[in-house]
Design a protein around this ligand. Structure first.
Ligand code: F3S
Length: 236
């Protein structure tokens, strides 16, 4: 098979004045993912290349990167779908720690702010908190979020407002308010309707386009806005 050219964004803040691209000529092979190609560089060409990964099956979100102009998971992206020239860089608009590794702390801090767990003040039931199959189906798409940060990295409201909660945190807030077992509506709506909250979403849709799990985050945020507005107007 023909060779491929892998261009990787490199930056080590301890050594480099500024980022640069480094190219590697690698043998083309069938069925190889971008993550495997990065491992080939790490193991045979340059042991200093830094990148994150964990599950290798698109459920941990660790290997989200910007690959040939799109947000993608390196473990799920087949090189054969990208052509002979690859451009791999870290998630845009996030602080680079080294090479392809970005600082995810602001993203997870905001996620924690919305209390991403069931809230309840009532006495626990004897057996279980029942959820019907229909109720579960309604939140199915949202709970497939793997917190990879692609949506956050793609959102112009995040780029321009450091306190904006961002699409993932808001989507998760809606996921819990839409869960019949949760009793934290008022608390979560208070948290998300603040300055830097859901009204900073300008329905740009980048988050939905960037999501490697095909989640319509924009829809969830709009549903959350409806709930917040209904509450202010004295509705449900
Ligand atoms: Fe940003 Fe998505 Fe809203 S891109 S502005 S969170 S629709």
């Amino acid at each position: 098979m023909q060779k491929i050219t892998l261009n990787v964004y490199r930056f080590d803040p301890d050594l480099d004045q500024e980022p640069y691209w480094k190219s590697y000529e690698l043998p083309g092979r069938e069925g190889v993912t971008v993550l495997e190609v990065l491992f080939e560089v790490l193991e045979h060409h340059d042991g200093s290349l830094a990148f994150r990964y964990s599950c290798r099956e698109a459920i941990c979100g660790a290997c989200a990167m910007y690959i040939n102009g799109s947000h993608r998971l390196a473990c799920k992206t087949q090189v054969s779908h990208l052509g002979r020239v690859l451009w791999v860089s870290p998630l845009p608009h996030m602080r680079v720690i080294k090479d392809l590794v970005v600082d995810m702390d602001p993203f997870f801090e905001k996620y924690k702010l919305i209390k991403p767990y069931l809230l309840s003040n009532s006495k626990p039931p004897e057996k279980e908190r029942y959820q019907s199959p229909d109720e579960r189906r309604y939140i199915d798409e949202m709970i497939s979020c793997i917190l990879c940060g692609s949506c956050y990295s793609s959102c112009p409201s995040v780029w321009t407002g450091e306190h904006y909660l961002g699409p993932a945190a808001l989507m998760w807030a809606y996921r819990f308010t839409a869960d019949g077992r949760d009793e934290g509506d008022a608390e979560r709506l208070n948290l998300t309707a603040q300055e830097g909250g859901l009204w900073r979403c300008h329905t740009i849709f980048n988050c939905t386009e960037a999501c490697p799990k095909n989640i319509n985050l924009t829809h969830s945020i709009q549903q959350l806005k409806k709930k917040a507005a209904a509450r202010v107007l004295g509705g449900k």
